[in-house]
Every structure is written in structure tokens, then in C-alpha cells.
Design a protein around this ligand. Sequence first.
Ligand code: DHB
Ligand code: FE
Length: 457
Amino acid sequence: MALDKPYLDVPGTTIFDADQSRKGYWLNQFCMSLMKAENRERFKKDEAAYLTEWPMTDEQRAAVRARDLNWMMRTGGNIYFLSKLGATDGLSFQQMAGSMTGMTEQQYRDMMVHGGRSPEGNRYQGEGGDAQGPMSRSDAWMAWEKSHGSDLAEQVLAAEATAGKAADPAAHARITASVYSSHVPAIGAAIDHGKTEEPYWKPLFAGFEPSKQWMKEHMPDVVFLVYNDHATNFDLGVIPTFAIGTAAEFQPADEGYGPRPVPMVMGHPKLASHIAQSVIQQDFDLTLVNELKVDHGLTVPMNLLFGSPAAWPCKVIPFHVNVVQYPVPSGKRCFQLGQAIRRAIESYDEPLNVQIWGTGGMSHQLQGPRAGLINAEWDNRFLDRLIADPADLSTMPHIDYVREAGSEGIELVMWLIARGAMSDVAGSGKPPRVAHRFFHVPASNTAVGHLILENQL
Ligand code: DHB
Ligand code: FE
């Protein structure tokens, strides 16, 4: 089922949603660059040269050169971004807004002075109001359409929208399994420096051999990967509780040792945007992240499950959960979020095989005189309960994680997101099949836990 977009038939109105944002990404980023005086200077000196520095479409560049705001919005621009261009030209918001209406500046000002435009007749397309006519267009836009046909970006989105839908109208994405794994940076270093055969590391990597085999036989199209950023992409400037990566690719971050020598992580912008819209409409507030560098929290589990290929074998949607600065989300909230993510994924009109991974944990404490805390018994009980009674497990308060599994053991709340997305929780399947379970102490400061749960229809 496609997402509800009731705003599409409001006349003379473009709602800036994920589709618009994808289309207009570089146009809007170019506009943002004009918030620096030196950039405004360079742009004014040679517009064409400045515009070639931004990977926009030729049409977007032409729309900017024509200063046609309707055209820019049509190609994905948003007024708050475009206003930076207007401000560079010395325009007020009233001048910018008025320029899109087909009125002169004076007419528009007069309309506002007389109480503004009435919504009467302007709520739905096809009514008789004064905002129903064709949108005002510059000569440049009309000339462009004559020589280039209709909007290329629109065609790309339209092609995307129909891709995969043709064969079976009932087809939709499915979550086939959930995978859980710890994510210690030293595991990544052991891989990167060829130490996996050393006695310290060998038993750990041996525990993931069956998983790599299983993964080869159950390779998904997309992994929805729940992880936490460790003060890598997000510093103390902005701390999102839940953030979804909506970009086409994600660079491995430099966490201070240089970036890990692992391939670029390829995203799935269209599915990610769909999930974002669906989950937000289910009343969960997500941060949308179009630029995201991924740290060991994401890349280490990928190595453990995929090995070290030249390119990652499937697409990945990174989903970050704040477990660094309190308040962090409760287990209960995470479990409910997993259920919302399931509904979002299963409402996507393309027959994709999707896995959801929960990463981080298990018991570990990286700080203070209590560093080194491990609670193997508690961890194994957590695994038992995650498999058999996740709803009950999700009610466990934070303080229990901290006291029993160490301050960094709180990462385990992320596993509840993945578990909440399984079909038995939705009441539409049998309890999951445990395809693999593994536990090992230590990796660096951490107890490593790992599970593969297959959905049973
Ligand atoms: C370690 C574990 C982590 O989860 C992490 O994010 C950083 C370090 C460790 O055990 O060293
Ligand atoms: Fe961690």
C-alpha cells in the first residue's frame, strides 16, 4: 500500500516531503552555501561557474539562473532553502512569495494589506478559487520545456515509483529474519590487521562462521541496521534519539585511527524515506539524516556476518539510537518502535527481502573503577527472554541494564527494536526459529552475544 499523500490535491501548493527532498537535495544544499558571505561573493561574480560546483541537474541550474521559484520548487527546492538565494538578491519573503503568484509586487502587497488570500475555493484542486489557475512560469522555464521535454527529475522519480511494482500488485517487502550482534571496535581492528587466527580472537570468529554460511543462503536485499553512533557522526551539537539514514551511500567514519578499510555502505533512499514517513505517521519522531558517516557500531557487525568482501553484498539502511547521553529511549519504546518499523517495511510496494539487525551490547562497562564488568549469566538470560518473551523483557528499566550489564550494556535496548519487528510480535506468525546462538567472553571489554532468528510464517 502506497503512503497516503492527501496534500497532493491542495491547489498551488508543494509539500516538501521525502520525494521532494531527494529530488532537490543539491539544489537546496547549494542554497545553504549562500549563508556564507564569501560564497555569495563568488556566486555573484560568476554564477555559472559557482553552480557547476554543485551536482545539480542542468534544469535546476537553469531554474536558479532564471530565478524562477516555482520552477526551483518543481525540481525539489524548498522555500526556506531558496530564500537564501532570494536574500542574496536582496529580496524579502514577501517579494519571493509574491513572485510565485503571477501578480505584480504591488498587487500581491495590496492583497496582503486587504487581509490576504482567502482559502475559499482554494482547499482542493478544481474548486473555483483564485489560486486554481496554471502556475506562473518564467519565459526561461517555458523555453526549457520546449527544448528539453518535461522535467527529468520527475521522470526519475516516476520510474522509481513504478519499479518492481509491475509484476504483482500484491507484492510488498517482508522482514524474513532478525540478527543480533555485539560491535566491539577491537573486532574490526583484528580483521583489518589480519589477527583473526590469533588464539585470543579465533574462538570469537569461529562463532560467526555458521552465521556467514547462513547469510550466504539467506542474503537479503536490504538490511535495516539498528546501531548506535559513538560520538562519531553526532557530537554534542545535535543528539537525535532515533535517526534514519536516507542517503544513497554512507562513508565509513574516521574514529581517530583512520577510516576502516571497508567498502562504502550503500543505502536504499526510497525504502528509507518510505519507512521514515510511515513511522513518523505512527507517531514516532525520527531524525532524517541525509549525510551520515558510519562507525564501528555499524561496520563491525557487517564484517562479522558478511566477512570482508570488496563490496557489501546488499543495501543497508542505518538506523541510529542514542545510547550515549541520557535520557536514552526505554526498552519498551524501542520494542514498540520495532513494531512500527515492521508495519512500515511491510507496506512498501516492492517484493524486497529485508532483515532487521539489532547491534551493540552485551554486558560491558568502558568507564570508571567499575570498568570491565561482565555478567554472563544475565546476558544469557537476556538472550533467553529476547527469544521467548520479548514483550516482558522490554519492560525492564534502564537501571537494571546499568547495574547488571554495565553502563555500556544499555546498548542492548537496540536489540528490542529488531525483536519488535518480528512477525510473532505482530500476531501474524509462529515464534521465530533460532538459526544460531553464540556467546563469548571477552572481546576487548565486552561480552559478545549473537543470535539469528528466522521468521516462521
Ligand atoms: C568496546 C565496546 C563497545 O561497544 C564500544 O562501542 C567501544 C569499545 C570495547 O569492548 O572495547
Ligand atoms: Fe558500543
